[in-house]
Design a protein around this ligand. Sequence first.
Ligand SMILES: [Zn+2]
Length: 494
Amino acid sequence: MIGFKFYITTPIYYVNDVPHIGHAYTTIAADILTRWHRIKGKEVFFLTGTDEHGKKVQEVAESKGKQPKEFVDGIVKSFKDLWIKLNISNDDFIRTTDADHEEEVKKVLQELFDKGFIYKGHYESYYCVGCEQYLTRSDLVDGCCPLHKKEPELKKEEAYLFKLSSFQDQLLDLIENDKLQLLPLSRKNEMLSFIREGLKDISISRKKSEVYWGIELPFDKEHTCYVWVDAFWNYITGLRKNEKFWPPEVQLMAKDILRVHSTIWISLLLALKLKIPKTMFVHGYFTVDGKKMSKTLGNVVDPKELSEKYDVDALRYYLFRGIPFGQDGDFSEKVLIERYNSELADSLGNLINRVLVLTEKNFNGNVPQPTEKDKLSELCFETMEKVNSSMGNFQFHNALNDIWHLISESNKYINDNKIWEIEDKQKLGNLLYNLLETLRFVSILTYPFIPETAENIMEQLGLEKKFSFDDLKWGKLESGKKIKRGKVLFQKIK
Ligand SMILES: [Zn+2]
């Protein structure tokens, strides 16, 4: 395991607007995996960033009377600030406007062109005269512009195309045989049938007169690079000089971008004979209180606001507790508060407080001497094994379920043993030792999900804020050591 590299990425987020809960969800998920693999002793590189070129940004900036760069700088700051707030432990943050990224993308475009994978042709697009702009096929409703209820004109524009069609068989082989693993499994089947329908070459440029906010093609100054090479190459340039991490172990994304990732991105790598990522994991979408999240409905969930209103860990916990990772889920502030009160405040917060108060009262705050292991230590081991296997399969909700089972069993252990009535010091000492050890296990196992809380538990146990899977061994807590009871975790919300 030592020296094992683990590279994980989120998509780069498009900066036409400030971050919403979907961005936070993907990024926290990547952070959970990052922290998990770090405590397992792997050397992890966690990359996130922003996708900053293109027509939409150009237009939004213009509408606000700003230069594109000035506009994106402001939005990028809101992303970076949010990641700090949410305790995201990324190793780098790539912006597609970074000079080293732009240089590298130009080199790649030239190489693809020199090798014949890029050629000059046309791309066809729908143009609505009323809107005075191009629409994509997905913009159309019954073949018409949804705003003007008119059929748009089909316009042909000169563009450079990438030979995506020539990679069809190779892609099918990679996906069928899991050399590129697409998860959950339903996504693999979906992509296979999509690719079997046939892939067409795609345009990778726009006329500069149309889109000036982009990287210039090195072989034709009249064109700027359109999305793909620019956006996907972030996964390579974002490593900066840490090439040893290539290729990614896991690339996380929402379902809307799996198609382009598993076809265009992989084909670009194949064209240049580079190693491809091992796994793409696709998560679902959120509804809010059962309704689709949208600006018009005014129900867009702001992660910044939530993290300020509640505890950051409460938000991190809530997002991965109830919804199986990989499936669609519903966001409900009411459920967040319910889980906060019952699972974080009542179960976890109370357990810590009860055990530490009893240790202070009966043993002057020193960790008592154990005499024997019992079912609680067995349950700790079982939980560790189960969590380990769930984390390996992206089943975050199962991992949390098992950890919270251990927590509620620990509370039950206190009640069943009527621990507050025990007068035999040796017996009481043993039970408390078992509970303190369990708290240490809980701290390590919850660390990827709720890192601030986990650190707080370690501190209250009088231990260093260090987290390692190897420390999940019974009896590592030394008798006689002083605990440091702090304030009660998770004050209940009325
Ligand atoms: Zn229109």
